[in-house]
Design a protein around this ligand. Sequence first.
Ligand SMILES: Cc1ncc(COP(=O)(O)O)c(C=O)c1O
Length: 393
Amino acid sequence: MSHFNVYDEENTLLMIPGPVPVHPRVLRALSRPIYGHRTSEFRALLEEIEKMLKPLFGTKGPVFMLTGSGTAGMDAAIRTFVKPGDKVLSLVAGKFSERFAEIARTAGGKVVEVNVEWGRAIKPEIVEKALREHPDTKVVTMTHNETSTGVLQPASEIAKVVKEHGAILVVDGITSVGGDYVKMDEWGLDVVVAGSQKCLGIPPGLAFVAVREELIDYIERNEESFAYYTDLKRYWEIWKKSKDLPFTGGISLFYALYESLKIIHEEGIENRIQRHRLMAKMTRAGFTALGLELFAEKGYESNTLTAVKYPPSISDKDFRAKMRAHGILVAGGQAHLKGKIFRVAHMNLTAEREVLTVLAIAELVLKELGFPVKSSGVTAAMNVYLREKGRAR
Ligand SMILES: Cc1ncc(COP(=O)(O)O)c(C=O)c1O
């Protein structure tokens, strides 16, 4: 007879930076019978979805919807705006910002990397200096919320510098859109990419590329393309004409997205962002109280995930295996940060119940592993909650 594990795969709390737990309303939407995609009903759904997405990007411009993971969106952004020989300044401060540089190279771009230590913020002065050294830069790439380090990069300040130099700013907002402020039009972010399995609250499989209205003309004039599936001109031409997609969309994922967007707008974008910010504060206070150090530069911590340094006595393998045995999946570090940090996401539906649970279980695990915890992480997080909600006595 097989042994039943209470915390089996279906009963595990996902606290990894995507995929995230999705609301039962979204799960039910996924089971909706499939209908034809070349129909007026599906086109009307797409049109409604696009309208509901725009405020999450803070733009009046179009939001292109691709069936593929977030990286497909990054690929589309690069292949649409970078032609062979174009100079691309890639701001690299982690695994995902590095990916932009890699994609730009495959598109034939002349990539200049501006490398910043992982865990640190990219200061606008560094970008200014690089742009002065490379005045022929056409495109600048950056990751808004660097998921590998837990740093929220100062996108609006960087955008100001990039605008002064007349370059196109392409931003990966895969773990910020839907969870934190993204104000494309106000800040001057030209292109922003998002993914479905993070703060937009549905399973993996859709990518989004929002483009400021000012750049539509560029897309229309785009003659040569070194992409097919990810050439945004194809998406624009059919969207403009008939609010349709050039290729078969992941229909069920669009049903799920519509439901998730309804949930997002019912909560209200501002409320949702404030909730994410409060959960981030609670998480940071909790792990600090336990006696652990945060990885991200102070003042630039992400609001959708927290990266925490391991104390020398705790092994990544043991910590995460025990967290998993107690029913919670957290993420480890990537590349050279493997074994050095763990990452806890607080995206989509994550609220006080999940944050307090993850802190309580982390405390239990640290004690099981013999780490002398400093104080209660749960109490520290609760104090933040009570203070912020104005209920402190
Ligand atoms: C900031 C960021 N960019 C890009 C990606 C890649 O997205 P995907 O795995 O959906 O292709 C991720 C995934 O974690 C991410 O967090």
